[in-house]
Design a protein around this ligand. Sequence first.
Ligand code: NAP
Length: 282
Amino acid sequence: MSAPAAITPSTALCGIVLHPASHTRSPAMHNAAFRALGIDAVYLAFDVAPERLGDAIAGARALGVRQLAVSLPHKRAVMSQLDAVDDVARRIGAVNTVTRQPDGSLRGANTDWLGAVRALEREAKLDGARAVVLGAGGAARGVVHGLLERGARVTVLNRSPERARALADELGADAAGPLTALAGTSYDVLVNATSVGLGADDASPVDAAALRPGSLVMDTVYEPERTRLLRDAEARGARPLGGKWMLVHQAAEQIRLWTGREAPVEILSEAFDAASAGRELP
Ligand code: NAP
């Protein structure tokens, strides 16, 4: 990871807290955006075990860290450590961004939902679309919120169907059920927000035969980039969309929340690709 052009006493510190931290592309992406925008800041990854989260947030507070991204497994637990949490993040029940305010207080927000929506909107119109979200965890809650916000009709399917039902009732989705219900469901957009397919797990949460030709199939998983679900979708004549774009757009929104500036999506995307290939950007 290359540092900003020069580190000075006024260089701002930002970062991501997660556990484990080995797979994160966020430092590469944010540092590239800071360089492109001429922002005097450096972004690091902090591997924080669940029992040390309180210490980590207290430390960030004391050190004046400007912004912290929050990833697995801390997105819910961090909420009680903050001075304020915005309404959308509270509704979703997960914070993935902590931004230091001018008065030094720490405010939590959720940019995952907007990242998911912006990624999907690259490829499809969401207003009036029939959407199915697989999963009922933190990522699924964000995706369901975003789809409803954009006027889609949403069905939630999950391995534990009672969690899908609870999520659908709470956020106002149309229907819910087990993952196997996909086969009998019509949809234009399918989003995998389960963790199935992550890392070395070359599996799909649903049968390939349930993937509808012509539909848009987005995986929130971005490691690997071409998951089993996306390969199956392509083979079935559906349009596959990898989790990279959700990550890129949610990162752009994080930078906007802190700096008020539009982050260059192409730079974030190139940095993601470079980090995936183990390269550094010049
Ligand atoms: P989470 O809260 O732990 O939820 C995990 C979900 O996966 C639950 O719905 C769980 O079902 C389901 N699941 C786990 N193992 C399963 C299995 N073997 N078979 C079927 N379903 C299974 O995790 P999360 O925070 O929502 O994250 C989910 C995924 O989203 C992760 O892969 C993460 O990388 C991805 N994500 C991507 C981005 C991005 O920017 N691209 C952002 C955020 C998250 P049960 O309810 O039955 O346990």
